[in-house]
Design a protein around this ligand. Structure first.
Ligand SMILES: [Zn+2]
Length: 129
C-alpha cells in the first residue's frame, strides 16, 4: 500500500511531469504555428515534395496527442491520490506493486489487469475495415 509520504512524493513527481508536458505542448504548438503547411511547403519547394509539409504537421499532431494523453493520465492519478485510492488497481481493487508505481506513477491497473485491458482495448482503437 502507498502511505501518505509516498503519495505526497508521487504527487510532486506527477505535478513536475505535468508541468514539463505542458511546457512541451506549448513548444510543439509554437512550432506548429511556424510550420504551417504553407510555410513548410515554401521551404520544401526545392525537394519538390508536398507531402513533406503534411508529414511534419502530422508528427506534431501525434506528439501533441501523446502529451495530452499523458497529461490526462497524470490528472487522473492526482485525482486518485486526493481520493485516497491511489495505488489500487481500478479494475480489481488490489494494490499495485510499489515498484510498478515507481516505474510508472500513472499506472492505474495491476499488471494482470493492464495486460487484459491492452488486449481488449488497444485493438479497439485500430480502425476496422
Ligand atoms: Zn487489477
Amino acid at each position: 500500500m502507498v502511505d501518505q509520504t509516498q503519495a505526497l512524493d508521487f504527487k510532486l513527481r506527477l505535478r513536475e511531469r505535468a508541468a514539463q508536458l505542458r511546457d512541451e505542448l506549448q513548444r510543439t504548438r509554437a512550432k506548429s504555428v511556424d510550420e504551417t503547411p504553407g510555410n513548410v511547403a515554401e521551404r520544401a519547394r526545392d525537394s519538390e515534395d508536398d507531402s513533406f509539409a503534411t508529414l511534419i504537421v502530422d508528427t506534431n499532431l501525434s506528439e501533441i496527442e501523446r502529451d495530452v494523453d499523458e497529461l490526462r493520465m497524470i490528472d487522473s492519478a492526482l485525482q486518485r491520490i486526493n481520493a485516497g485510492t491511489y495505488g489500487n488497481c481500478v479494475d480489481c481493487g488490489q494494490s499495485i506493486p510499489f515498484a510498478r508505481l515507481r516505474a510508472e506513477p500513472t499506472a492505474e491497473r495491476c499488471v494482470q489487469c493492464q495486460e487484459l485491458y491492452e488486449k481488449t482495448h488497444v485493438s479497439a482503437r485500430t480502425p476496422s475495415l
